[in-house]
Design a protein around this ligand. Structure first.
Ligand code: NAD
Length: 223
């Protein structure tokens, strides 16, 4: 399958790209490199440097590469920062997700996997969080992703709410656990997509019910 991965030079996106390549999919990455790294993108994968705010660049990317699906990881993800500059989060995670969706619709791309977040659920009432738990974000990051989810209303979109899988200060020996959690989430998303008819109603946010791999280390990004 040909897929375009927004945020594919970032932490989760780059892992998704490696996983997709390993399964033989054709991948194009679309990333503004604000937080991502060129080196994180495998050398045999096309990296388009662009922002999801740039409609004309998105149109050109979708026209040229004709992906069958988009995996949307591009976002601002720091809960603390989101409380200081909420407008940045609502632009990037809500408004510009809508720009991406409009570009997809205009270019006939009908499949999206939206990388959501457990932050939609706020303080967990129990672990694991389940899909039917109340959506009660406690920060602008979670709110902005919830609005991003809502932008998908009426489309055949599948969202995967992440668990806390990463932290910048985690010891190296935990990398395998983190990557395995991400890969499990992607596998889950793919399975879910396969089970859905083409014209299925959009899913609400779907929380992964896998246990958190570990408690966050201090200084980690709370996502
Ligand atoms: N890391 C986690 O534990 C976790 C948990 C739950 C959900 N998520 C979700 O996964 C996704 C990726 O998170 P991550 O941890 O890899 O973050 P990250 O910051 O490492 O990656 C985000 C990528 O998106 C790019 N980007 C940001 N804004 C962009 C824009 N406007 N246009 C184009 N590219 C843009 C950045 O350059 C970066 O490469 C996010 O949607 C996040 O909400 C992450």
């Amino acid at each position: 399958m040909r897929v375009l991965v927004t945020g594919g030079a970032g932490y989760v996106g780059a892992t998704a790209v490696r996983s997709l390549r390993a399964e033989g999919h054709e991948v194009v990455v679309y990333d503004n490199l604000s937080k991502g790294h060129r080196e994180a993108v495998p050398s045999d994968v096309v990296l388009l440097t662009g922002d999801i705010a740039e409609r004309s660049k998105l149109d050109a990317a979708l026209r040229e590469h004709r992906p069958e699906a988009v995996l949307h990881f591009a976002a601002s993800i720091e809960a603390g920062e989101s409380m200081r500059t909420p407008e940045k989060y609502f632009r990037n995670n809500s408004a510009w997700t809508l720009t991406l969706l409009e570009a997809m619709m205009a270019n006939g791309v009908g499949k999206l996997i939206f990388s959501s977040t457990a932050a939609l659920y706020g303080e967990p009432r129990h672990i694991p969080i389940v899909e039917t738990d109340p959506l009660e974000p406690t920060n602008a990051y979670g709110e902005s992703k919830l609005v991003g989810n809502g932008c998908c209303y009426g489309l055949g979109v599948y969202t995967a709410s992440g668990m806390r899988v990463c932290g910048t200060s985690m010891p190296q020996d935990q990398t395998a656990t983190r990557e395995s959690a991400i890969n499990r989430s992607l596998t889950w998303s793919r399975l879910y997509c396969k089970q859905q008819p083409e014209n299925a109603s959009p899913s609400p946010s779907m929380a992964l019910t896998i246990p958190r791999p570990m408690a966050p280390a201090s200084g980690t990004i709370s996502t």
